[in-house]
Design a protein around this ligand. Structure first.
Ligand code: EPU
Length: 437
């Protein structure tokens, strides 16, 4: 495990740049497999997830070239082929993206093998919606000892699906499968996150016919073939908000070049309610601690356009420094408060509850999950030895260590590389004091 020794207590100040969104770039790379000519994706960050998806595409015969500095990835899918199961399996547990290859690979090759998935441990993260969507299109899904095999001897045919919950991944699964299925597909209760809207734009450039109708309805008319695309990825609004929360927690002042207001409206409203200051211009957003007391808030995470679950963890660190009782109700993942244990060790006063606090009842209310938290602040944070639990929780621990008095050892920071480009370089640029151990 790689480790950082962090000397806290210095405000983070300065400028950093965010590039393309992790949760869009990986999906746009999968979409390239559907084309019969090469695609070019721009504004691609250097993060581990891009490497994992590039490697998996290469195993399937896609010629992938990356210009890391320029942030350009080109993908030529003209020689797509079935990968060796053992080689695909070597990627088991490294990412959740392979499940999205099902539709594109079945369209191109008639079959797909998907290894066991990875991703952060923030809940059970089932794939039942994905598998039932694939079956609705006429695919045969067989669970093997290590992964899933998908075949469709008669091809895939458009269908009507209503999701039990507007899942991001399941909506992407449907889009990536429906665009080349025979006939029309209708999806109700679809997710409409900005990253999904941009995936729809990518697919439209490739030749797909997709409409997004009021009330979370997506309609797709299948086409016989798709071509490659050129597209610039939207900026990473989770990373941008993470740096905003870091400015607040450390009494800092950070200009996030690339941050895009329209995708962050709900975060900005919440940031302002906590007392945070921000200035927006055409190139980015400057996030500042106001210099006066921060205020406690009640917050509920939700699907877009609500407050993103991925913003919750970094903001909770800032809420430990707000005056009064903050209530946070996590309604997207049932188990996203594990990271608060380390914050408590550092001096935060946080209690987690099974009940749905500070909002309406959610899916987890009757199920014994600790999915609400009450944070009592402000409490000074002190240094601790921490093992990073997951991507966003890990970044949050790092912010806490930077806000705390004293020297903390933060282990397992390679998890943070999955989604935050060059975060050590950015910390340095912001004046953070730390060493790699
Ligand atoms: N769900 C099911 N069954 C399914 C799929 C989802 O029950 O088959 C449930 C999940 O367990 C969860 C809820 O539906 O309770 C929402 O999950 P969703 O499918 O929307 O999440 P995802 O597609 O797996 C993506 C991001 C996450 C982000 C969520 C919500 C990627 C690679 N991941 O996950 O990002 O939190 O959407 O916006 O796009 C991160 O970046 O750190 C991260 C975890």
């Amino acid at each position: 495990m790689s480790e950082l020794r962090v000397h806290g207590g210095t405000p983070l100040t300065g400028e950093i740049t965010v590039r393309g969104a992790k949760n869009f770039v990986s999906k746009a790379m999968v979409a390239a497999v559907l084309g019969d000519s090469p695609s070019e994706l721009r504004n691609v960050p250097q993060i581990k997830d891009v490497k994992v998806v590039s490697d998996i595409l290469r195993l399937h015969g896609v010629h992938v070239e990356r210009d890391r500095e320029a942030g350009v990835v080109t993908m030529d899918p003209q020689r797509v082929e079935t990968a060796h199961m053992a080689e695909v399996n070597a990627h088991a547990g490294s990412s959740r993206i392979p499940i999205l290859l099902c539709g594109p690979l079945v369209h191109r090759l008639g079959e797909a093998f998907i290894p066991d998935l990875g991703g952060c441990h923030i809940g059970d993260r089932p794939i039942d919606y994905h598998l039932s969507i694939l079956r609705e299109f006429g695919a045969r899904v067989d669970k093997l000892e290590s992964g899933i095999s998908i075949t469709a001897p008669n091809g895939l045919t458009g269908t009507q699906v209503e999701l039990p919950y507007p899942s991001v991944g399941a909506t992407e699964q449907l889009l990536l499968t429906a665009v080349r299925a025979r006939g029309k597909t209708e999806l109700r209760n679809a997710a409409i996150e900005p990253e999904i809207m941009d995936l729809i734009s990518v697919l439209q450039r490739m030749g797909a016919i997709i409409s997004v109708d009021p009330g979370r309805v997506i309609r797709v008319e299948g086409v016989e073939s798709l071509r490659g695309y050129t597209f610039t990825a939207l900026p990473d609004r989770i990373e941008a908000a993470s740096w905003g929360a870091a400015a607040l927690a450390t009494h800092g002042d950070i200009y996030v070049r690339g941050a895009h207001q329209a995708d962050m409206v709900t975060f900005l409203n919440t940031f302002r309610k906590v007392g945070g200051a921000f200035d927006i211009d055409d190139d980015g957003i400057r996030f500042r601690h106001p210099g006066t007391e921060l205020k406690a808030i009640a917050l509920e995470t939700d699907v877009h356009p609500g407050f993103m679950t991925d913003w919750q963890q970094p903001l909770v660190v800032a809420l430990t420094q707000a005056s009064g009782l903050s209530i946070v109700h996590e309604t997207v993942y049932e188990n996203r408060f594990g990271f608060t244990e380390a914050l408590k060790e550092m001096g935060a006063t946080i209690q987690v509850y099974r009940e749905c606090l500070g909002g309406g009842p959610c899916r987890f209310g009757q199920k014994n999950f600790f999915h609400s938290a009450i944070i009592s602040g402000p409490t000074p944070l002190h240094a601790a030895d921490i093992v990073v639990p997951d991507l966003r929780g890990g970044f949050s621990h790092l912010i806490a260590a930077l806000a705390a008095e004293g020297t903390s050892n933060v282990r397992g920071i390679e998890l943070i590389n999955r989604g935050y480009e060059n975060f050590e370089g950015k910390l340095e640029a912001l004046g953070a004091k730390f060493e790699t151990v």
